[in-house]
Design a protein around this ligand. Structure first.
Ligand SMILES: Nc1ncnc2c1ncn2[C@@H]1O[C@H](COP(=O)(O)OP(=O)(O)O)[C@@H](O)[C@H]1O
Ligand SMILES: [Mg+2]
Length: 229
């Protein structure tokens, strides 16, 4: 949908878990609207629902109630196959623990999300090289990812996220396993991608990293509090 006011629009989203007969809302009636090109930091204590929110926006999980519009389409109602197609076309997801195939090369890792793309092997190769170059790893194309440092691994993960040319990147504590200098490098890289037009949602524990976002959204006990939109 062209020129939609919001690229992401969550309305009254609830995610419920059942624990020994009790129901418990990991997300409780959450509404959040994100404009194209925004850079949002989501903060909150451990267990407050940050990852649950990230997973729902990223199409890794579905809400029990509410709607999740992305580019005007409600992804909360999609079947599994449709949801994975959504992930493969719109979303780059970056995890705290990198989630790479350690014994595979950086190129192989970055090409993985392209198996569903209608691209020739040559085009997939070219795309992976371009993405690895854009994160500063053009000289590490043949390295196995378990031979790289933590900061380099997260850059491979970001290159993998970029491979599908996403309009949105969701990063769940992308600096959580890195020292502060390496964490800042990753933030700077994500910042650069946002300046190039990608809508960015970053979950972080680190207030100084959150302060670099355009807007901070705080979540507590599954509810958005403080500054919101
Ligand atoms: N699969 C699950 N089953 C039951 N409870 C879960 C599950 N995933 C998350 N939770 C619970 O939901 C709450 C929010 O979790 P999460 O979104 O991972 O928090 P955060 O990322 O902010 O640390 C926590 O209380 C957590 O224990
Ligand atoms: Mg989490």
């Amino acid at each position: 949908m062209a020129d939609a006011e919001y690229v992401i629009e969550l309305t009254n989203v609830t995610r419920t878990y059942k624990l020994g007969g009790e129901t418990f809302n990991a997300l409780d009636n959450v509404s959040l609207s994100v404009k194209p090109g925004e850079f949002i930091a989501i903060i909150g204590p451990s267990g407050s629902g940050k990852s649950t929110l990230a997973n729902i926006i990223g199409g890794l999980d579905r809400p029990d109630n509410g709607t999740v519009l992305v580019d005007g389409n409600d992804i909360s109602k999609l079947h599994d196959g449709q949801l994975s197609a959504y992930r493969n076309h719109h979303i780059g997801f970056v995890f705290q623990s990198f989630n790479l195939q350690g014994n595979n090369t950086t190129m192989e890792n970055v090409m993985l999300p392209l198996v569903f793309a209608k691209l020739s092997r040559k085009e997939r190769n070219a795309r992976a090289i371009e993405c690895l170059q854009s994160v500063g790893l053009g000289d590490r194309l043949k390295h196995k990812t378990n031979q790289l440092s933590g900061g380099q691994r997260q850059r491979v993960a970001i290159a993998r996220a970029l491979a599908v040319k996403p309009s949105i990147i969701v990063a769940d504590e992308p600096t959580g396993n890195l020292d502060s200098a390496r964490g800042q490098e990753i933030m700077s890289l994500l910042h650069k991608l946002n300046k190039e037009g990608i809508t960015l949602l970053i979950i972080t524990h680190d207030q100084s990293l959150a302060n670099q976002a355009h807007r901070i959204v705080e979540i507590r006990d599954g509810k958005l509090t403080g500054r919101r939109g």
